[in-house]
Design a protein around this ligand. Structure first.
Ligand SMILES: Nc1ncnc2c1ncn2[C@@H]1O[C@H](COP(=O)(O)OP(=O)(O)O)[C@@H](O)[C@H]1O
Ligand SMILES: [Mg+2]
Length: 312
């Protein structure tokens, strides 16, 4: 069953087009990834889906309900987890959830049950009666998610939920998405982290400059990425090789050198690896580690746009 359908979604701010002609659908129990660098138009797309912004033009339907024609009913099916946590710091987590649950028409035992359940899902049961002001950034983000799902929405949209969080909270957040999917909830998971999207998502849309530049299952997209493997080489001392030295090795397609490391793209890792190793040793650049990485969504983004998803 189709949970969300968006068609021809566009939005400009003044003369700047933030989103142009975006179309996709999300099925029941599907985790759908929206991957793109900063400024790609991800948050604007989510605001259009949640009815916070009006598409100009474009249409959004949630379980067949048109956001323009029946906004109240359509919004009732949604849970929104915004990029910046929207929590009351002077209240406890439980009080926050009570407040937001009541806003969504939950009362009495139903509300208490829902609160206990989402606290468990995000791993905050033990800390539920502490003031949120004392929480770490990662815990506040987990509470932010709990608030977004307390009314059991059919579709949850999450905007970069793991940016700047500690590894433990990150793990909790990724596991929360899996639990939601297993319960039959659909999730739109927005991120610029390739590893998260590859771990969580069934299908992925890749966005750049307001447009979808690729859409498909992870397997489809990886096959589009081509045959390139990446050799990630950690160097043992200060002297760096010339990228040209690496590029001159037969079979090397791209080479990037940075402080302490070199990256080589090749379609024949086994043949190229010993040659790269020898060239580095001859250049007085001892190698401390080499990893061979399979093609990933980052490789595809690089191939489609000629640039990296992240600056670092
Ligand atoms: N309220 C706004 N007013 C003007 N420009 C905006 C506004 N919101 C977003 N933009 C612009 O739209 C583009 C897409 O932004 P955004 O959707 O936030 O991207 P992302 O979430 O992928 O980082 C950017 O160029 C951004 O500067
Ligand atoms: Mg954003």
């Amino acid at each position: 069953m189709t949970m969300l359908n968006v068609a021809g979604l566009s939005k400009s701010f003044g003369s700047r087009r933030a989103v142009g002609d975006v179309a996709f659908s999300v099925e029941r129990s599907e985790v759908f990834g929206l991957l793109g660098p900063n400024g790609a138009g991800k948050s604007t797309t989510l605001s259009l889906i949640s009815g916070l912004l009006k598409p100009e033009p474009g249409a959004v339907q949630i379980e067949g309900l048109d956001m323009a024609l029946q906004p109240g009913k359509a919004k009732g099916k949604l849970g929104v987890v915004p990029q910046e946590p929207a929590v009351y710091k002077e209240l406890t987590a439980r009080q926050n959830l009570k407040f937001f649950g009541e806003l969504n028409d939950l009362r009495g035992e139903n509300l208490d049950r829902a609160i206990a359940s989402v606290l468990e899902v995000v791993g905050l049961t033990d800390r539920a009666d502490e003031k949120v002001g004392n929480y770490s950034g990662g815990m506040q983000r987990r509470l932010n998610i709990a608030i977004g799902i307390v009314h059991s929405p059919a579709l949850v949209i999450m905007d970069e939920p793991t940016v700047g969080v500690d590894p433990q909270s990150r793990r909790h957040i990724l596991d929360t998405v899996k639990k939601l999917r297993d319960r039959g909830t659909s999730v739109i998971y927005t991120s610029h982290y390739v590893e998260e999207v590859e771990e969580l998502c069934d299908r992925v849309a890749i966005m750049d400059h307001g447009r979808l530049i690729a859409l498909g299952t992870i397997a489809d997209l990886l096959s589009e990425a081509g045959e390139y493997h990446e050799l990630l080489i950690t160097l043992g001392n200060q002297s760096l090789p010339e990228a040209a030295t690496l590029l001159a090795i037969p079979g090397v397609r791209e080479a990037f050198v940075r402080e302490g490391s070199a990256r080589v793209l090749t379609s024949n890792a086994e043949q190229v690896l010993p040659l790269v190793f020898t060239a580095l040793v001859q250049s007085n650049c001892p190698v401390t580690e080499i990893k061979i990485k399979k093609p990933n969504l980052e490789t595809l983004f690089l191939k489609l746009t000629g640039k990296a998803l992240r600056d670092n």
